[in-house]
Every structure is written in C-alpha cells, then in structure tokens.
Ligand binder design. Structure first.
Ligand SMILES: [Cu+2]
Length: 463
C-alpha cells in the first residue's frame, strides 16, 4: 500500500502541476506516486463492493477515491527512473513514478472515471486493452480521440461490465512509448467475491528493453534483439519471489507487451489456464499445463493449489530470456585453448580475460569489473551456489505456516533431510525402504500432508 508519506510526497513531486494534487469533490483526484520498485502489499478495498485484491510483483495498485458513486483514478504519464535491478537504473516513460504503471483494480458493475494527465513532451493516449467499453473510450489516437497534448488531462469514463484481467498502454506513437515502458495491468474483479476465489492473486507484465551496458535509455527502434527481458521491468536476481503458504489456492496473471511470445514455465506443479484477456475459462474447457505460452499482446492466468513446499523456479523457457545484457554475435568458444592468444591480446589490453572455454557457467562466478549501470549477464546465488540466470526468472516460494498477509521473502527453502540430489560415492546411504504403495504413486516421497484434491473427473495417477 502507498504509505501516508508517499501519498503526501506525491504533492511535492508534482509541484509543477500543483493543481493535480489538490483533492476536492470538484477537482482532480490526487495522483499518488510510488518511489520504489519493491512489491507492495495488496491494496485492500476502501469503498464500493468487496473484492480480493491482487499483488503486483515489483509493483503496486493505484488508490482511488469515490465521487458520487464513481471510482476515480488519476494516472500521470511521465518520464520515470526505474531500478531494473541493483546497480542498474533505466530512464523510462511510465505512470505515477514507475514503469510499468500501477495496477488499476475495480469491480464488475463499477462506474470508473480515469483522469490521464500527460507530462511527456509529446501526445499520448491510454488504450484499455481487452476492456469492454464505448468506442470513444478506447484510446486510439486519431481513430477514437485526438492525442492528449503535453500538459493536458483527458477523462476516460466507462462501466466495468465484465470481470477479468486486462492491460493498459498508449495507442499513439506506440512503438516508442511502449518501448519506453508505458504499460500497466487492469484488473476487473468479479461482482461476486465467491466466484473463483483464491488466497493469493499475483500479477505481472512481461516487457523487454534494449539498453546498452552502461547506458540508461532503451533503444526504441529495436525490433528483435533485446538484451533485458523483464518481469515487471525487473530482471533476475532482483525480481521479487512469489510467496505462498502451503495449501493456498494461487492465481498468477501474466501480461505480455514484448515483441515476442514467452513460454512461462513453473516447476513443481501442473496447473490450468483459468483466464485470458477474453475472459474466464470454463472449468470443462481447461487442460493441464506446466508451461504456458503467453502470446504478444495477450494475458494468461493460471491457478494451482500450493501443496508442495519448496523453492520452485518460475521462468520464461526461451533460454536467452533468462540472461541479462549480453552480445549474441560472438563465436562459440568451447574447446578452444586461448592461452596463447590471450597473452598476445593482453599486450594491448592488459585486463583481457578469455572466457567460455568449458562452457559459459564460469561467467556467473567471474568477478569482472562491469561498466556503471550494468547487471551481470547471469547471476543470483542460492544456498547451493550460483544460479547462472538473469532476465525473466523468479521463484515461487511455498512454505508451511505463513500468515495470510505475509508476502515477505521467506529466504532459502529448508530441504527435509534426505530429499536433495547428492553425489554417488560408490554406495547408497542407509535409507528407508520405498513406502508401501509407492509403485502406483500413492505415497510420493515429497507428497505433503495436505493432499491435493483433484476436481471431479480428474484421473491422475501420481500427481
Ligand atoms: Cu521469453
């Protein structure tokens, strides 16, 4: 939640447009800003119908006010500084202090009014991707409205007629404005809080940037060769983990506004797609997956019962998308003995270091001096060493006994004794015999006490 201090701070940050921060029934709603890329706790409903709020990974939800029964929000399109990871900040364009912009949450049946102020130096609009609304509120520059000129505020107003997961982004100079990071998620909760309830509801956007090592601005003309593949404009190891308590029903909603598709893979579970931008998927139409391809310009939500504790990797399965900034146009160095050529190169570049002779894993452990404002190509340390990952990678952390409102990183998973892969040294340790019935999967070694409940009709031997 936006702290009181940050809420007050919004006035100071928007001093140049002080009128925007004055709250009155007749004036514009306050435009709160967020100063940090840290995941904020769910923003509990303050008015209107009840709902179960989402948690935006490395993001936040935009507070609203009620005005005569209408939910009013205030988005400010503006240049922002976004910390994509420790030691690397990008100069992006976003909304209310961050890119992506805040998640907007409302409820089916709400009347919403969204004020959009433009602090960019060129016009912009906001398109409400997937939301059913009057054509004139669709936010397409030239087609449904003129662009919002710099310094001006436009009003979008519509009824939230259908619940689901949607997005928002500009629809004017779109290539530049989206490459600069302008996007956000738009959640319309079901009118009935008992419809498809979950205990934890995570949401994040996939976005990609081409920012040279040491640079701050994305190259907005890039079409395919991006070097920072991000989860809510953060890259591993600085993407927040998704934290759940054992037994929770968990929903993960992913929006993709990059230039390519991303097969999002989560370890340890199978799950079902329960929502697309088009709406909820009926139970009889769902099928199980362990990877979900998220098309460009689309959203997918999946759900599962978090019955298996652990630290489960969650990542894009395109392996180049789990790397940070790197060059792609270099020869494969494996098997080359570069000792002699390295000695010659050092005569002209003393700190030259040959790399990749056995593979590329050695890159992750190298303490190479990096240019300012750069993140290593692969990084992240777990309790067993380097993960050799970057980009679109994070961890689903499932733990026993977490409080319902506890989203803090619980640290490394404590593996039960005898459950970690180990080196064979010529004989097996004393181990209990396989449990009775294990052949048919009735007692898998890692099956927790909270046994997964399969829906009627589910025929799953094992899990
Ligand atoms: Cu990917």
């Amino acid at each position: 939640m936006v702290s009181r201090r940050q809420f007050i701070g919004a006035g100071a940050a928007l001093a140049g447009v002080a009128a925007w921060s004055k709250t009155s029934a007749m004036g514009l709603p306050e435009a709160p800003i967020m100063e940090t890329a840290a995941t904020q706790p769910p923003l509990m409903p303050t008015a209107g119908p009840d709902y179960n709020p989402v948690v935006t990974l490395n993001g936040w939800s935009l507070p609203f006010r009620m005005n005569n029964g209408v939910k009013e929000f205030h988005l400010v399109a503006e240049p922002v500084e976004r910390e994509m990871g420790e030691g690397m900040t990008a100069y992006l364009w976003g909304y209310n202090g961050q890119a992506p912009g805040p998640t907007i949450e409302c409820v089916e049946g709400d009347r919403v009014r969204i004020f959009v102020s433009n602090k960019l130096r060129e016009h912009t609009t906001v398109h409400w991707h997937g939301v059913i609304l009057p054509c004139g509120m669709d936010g397409v520059t030239g087609l449904t409205q003129p662009g919002i000129p710099p310094g001006k505020t436009f009003v979008y107003e519509f009824d939230a007629v259908k619940s689901g997961t949607f997005m928002y982004h500009p629809h004017g100079d779109e290539m530049v404005q989206m490459a600069m990071g302008m996007m956000g998620m738009f959640i319309i909760h079901p009118k009935d809080p008992a419809f498809m309830p979950v205990d934890r509801d995570f949401v994040f956007m996939l976005s990609a940037y081409d920012i040279d090592p040491g640079a701050y601005l994305p190259k907005v003309m890039e079409m395919t060769d991006f070097n920072l593949w991000a989860i809510n404009a953060r890259v591993f190891p600085d993407v927040a983990p998704l934290v759940a308590a054992t037994g929770d029903r968990v929903r993960v909603r992913v929006g993709n506004l990059t230039m390519t598709n991303h097969p999002i893979h989560m370890h340890g579970y199978d799950f079902e797609v329960t929502c697309t931008d088009g709406g909820w998927v009926k139970p009889e139409a769902r099928w199980p997956e362990v990877s979900i391809d998220i098309p460009v310009g689309a959203m997918r939500a999946y759900e599962f019962d978090a019955v298996y504790p652990g630290d489960w990797a969650l990542h894009c399965h395109k392996s180049h998308h789990t790397m940070n900034a790197m060059g792609h146009d270099i020869p494969t160095p494996m098997n080359a003995n570069k000792a002699r050529v390295a000695a010659k190169i050092r005569q002209i570049q003393p700190d030259y270091m040959p790399m990749g002779e056995t593979g590329m894993a050695e890159m992750a452990e190298m303490a190479m001096p990096l240019p300012d404002n750069t993140i290593p190509m692969m990084a992240g340390w777990g309790q067993f060493g380097s993960l050799e990952m970057g980009g679109m990678f994070t961890v689903m952390k499932v733990r026993d006994g977490l409080a319902a409102d506890d989203y803090a990183d619980p640290g490394d998973y404590e593996f039960p004794a005898g459950t970690v892969a180990y080196e064979w040294t010529g004989s097996l340790p004393e181990a209990p015999a396989a449990p009775a019935g294990s052949a048919d999967g009735a007692a898998l070694p890692h099956t927790p006490s909270a046994r997964r409940v399969m829906p009627a009709g589910g025929d799953h031997s094992g899990h």
